[in-house]
Design a protein around this ligand. Sequence first.
Ligand code: PGA
Ligand code: ZN
Length: 432
Amino acid sequence: PFTIPQWTSTSEGAATMITGMIDPTIAGEFTALVPSGASVGDYEAHELRDQDPKRYEGNGVLKAVHNVENVIAPALIKQHFDLRTDLAKIDEFLIKLDGTKNKNNLGANAILGVSMACARAGAAARNVPLYEFLARTAGYPTSYTMPVPFFNVINGGRHSGNPVAFQEFMVAPVGAESMSHAVQMGSEVYQALKKIVSSKHGASACGIGDEGGFAPPISHPTEALGLLLGAIKNAGHEGKVKIGIDPASSEFFKSGNYDLGFKTNQPHSLSPAELQSLYSSLLGKYPIILLEDPFAEDDWSSWTAFNKTCKVELVGDDLLATNVERVELAKSKEACNSLLLKINQIGSITEAMEAAKKAYSYGWRVFVSHRSGETIDDFIADLTVAIGAGHLKSGSPCRGERVAKYNRLMDIEDELRATGGSFKYAGPEFVK
Ligand code: PGA
Ligand code: ZN
């Protein structure tokens, strides 16, 4: 038990703060929102949906809510865990309570929300910000690295209705002076891109996709990359803003080949070797520093072959599913050099942080990520800072659920600056 200030209004309408214990057993309410994805990998933990065709086309989550209220809550409360110290024990308890490998019973969406809310409660009980609580809980230093934001400004693949197969084209202001400066630079590139898209494809092409990026009617990745180069130049940030691509290629892997025309009625099939040479030529021509899921989640031989000579950050998303076992498997095959970390792929904060630790132990990088079906919850901003990931992706500087994470990061930066905390912007060094 501890005290939190309560606000109320006086008769004059001015806010007055009343401090004092309201109920000695209730310190506050700590909540969490859980995201969802459109391009979901085969190795992700189970997201429990009701499958009742009469509600939300089967996508309702009443079962998951029921599990939180009637299964998890009573069992968890009986344990009397200490929120200040026991996040790992709480998560372990939830995993055992579910009893399956993929959280099939209670649902990863049910378990993750509880795990996140417990972390928030723990931070409040410790009276520290969430990022500090997570850093201390997982044994990371409290000299922080503010991440380079990767803004997904052109949406393709499953995230938009245009013909381009690759899902994400991101801009990364590595040359910014601070996190907030990076947000400014990313926003300027985004606005410059809007002007180019509008003049080339008409104003109606400025509609946006799932992650807030534009979705112009382009077919080939080089068209998207050309648009990005133009936008970076017009915004005056040449050399300071680099590019990341997530083709999310599991989505167009069919019978051993990759169909770049999968969203159209004109198949454009490439063999794994042909796709590898397409990537190599793109990496040679454009300032690309990160490539995520270039190959499908089971196409191990392509990953391993490409990783042998790849000079950029090679990120496993569907490949790894934020799962320690998949990370170990990928290491044994030398398939990639970076982990994409999505908390709902694995379904608890402790397991997500363990996957990050494992990746770091191999000398890999960790790239924290939102989902296409995001919420306004900004938990991953604190998590990114806590584990020193050095970069994260949260979509375009557009749409509240994307902007929430960037805003939280700017708040953290302000707070650290104001309180004399130790921090630096990752900048071009983020890859180290
Ligand atoms: P998703 O997309 O959330 O739809 O899976 C994000 C990604 O593939 O990185
Ligand atoms: Zn991805």
